[in-house]
Design a protein around this ligand. Sequence first.
Ligand code: PMP
Length: 378
Amino acid sequence: MLEIVKAEGIKMFDKNGKAYIDLISGIGVSNVGHRHPKVIQAVKDQLDKYLHLMVYGEFIQSPQVKLAEALAKTLPSGLDNVYLVNSGSEAVEGAIKLAKRVTGRYEIISFKNAYHGSTTGSLALNGNEYFKQAFRPLMPGIRHLNFNEEEDLEFVTSNTAAVIVESIQGEAGVRVPENNFLKKLRERCLETGALFIADEIQAGFGRTGTFWGFENFGIVPDIVVCAKGMGGGMPIGAFIAPKELMKKLSSNPVLGHITTFGGHPVSCAAALATIDVIQGEKLAEQVPSKEKLFLKLLKHPLIRSVRHKGLMMAVELESFEILKKTIDKAIMKGVLTDWFLFCDKAMRIAPPLVITEEEIKISCDLIVETLDEIQKNC
Ligand code: PMP
């Protein structure tokens, strides 16, 4: 086990000072790189003001208000009410509760191989049976459809409260919507009155070349859930919806969702700085050329294909054994990659968006060198 004692930009350092290039960024947490100076400064400034205030609407806390305004500006008009929480799983729980409140229905549609979280409700939405079996009985009323399967959309009906979908499936091993699948799903939701929840927890905050993943597919969701990259390394999440939907959450009975630490001021300050960095440094705009460079360099006989949307990439290898060897050997060479929860042959590449072309070249050379060595010993 490696002990990491410091991280900076795209690099992590162990206690002997050895550097590791971080090609996974906590699965899209450190989009702006580790310890971005602006994020660190914002956190320090907030630490000098206050940490936590438990308020029930009596006081305005400016880090939360400013963050909500900044988030709303990144979204299509109408998606203007932001409920701040602690994590992605909590954001998903909040969105599901909101959808049930708004529609008065209980059925939720999710997709096979989807990942939406680890709390009991969000776990039940996950589309992989193996990881759920120990926790049955799960939240009822959920149906899992095949991703990218247009015929399955008939199961979205006027009994459906919401459809929750990752704009690009992450843990399934980067499955990108095809043939206007999300557009058709969006239309089906409008026809049936089911709410469309976009899970942007992996795909959001610049990762796919646009600020939000759904922007790639020409749709506007009813509810957006986000977390991970949002806080630049600090814990925070949100579910976002139009005001007329969100106000239902606080109508009778008033307790729609309660969270003690949700929207913690220090995390909000970090998130505000993170949005500023993504926009100010034009990180999303640089994604397509970096993606192209990865695709050009990730060529090897042991690589079957690369599924990708921006800097969300799955390198499909020949077998699980080769995947395991590659990840283990690459880390020895100083490159951190990863596997996916629901895909047993693909290597995850999701670096901080600040990675430079030079660093991409160094990383890919080391990965190819690793694959060469594995191929020789096969
Ligand atoms: N949805 C997606 C798409 C995710 O990738 C994750 C985290 N891997 C979650 C939800 C849950 O987020 P968290 O771990 O912050 O609860």
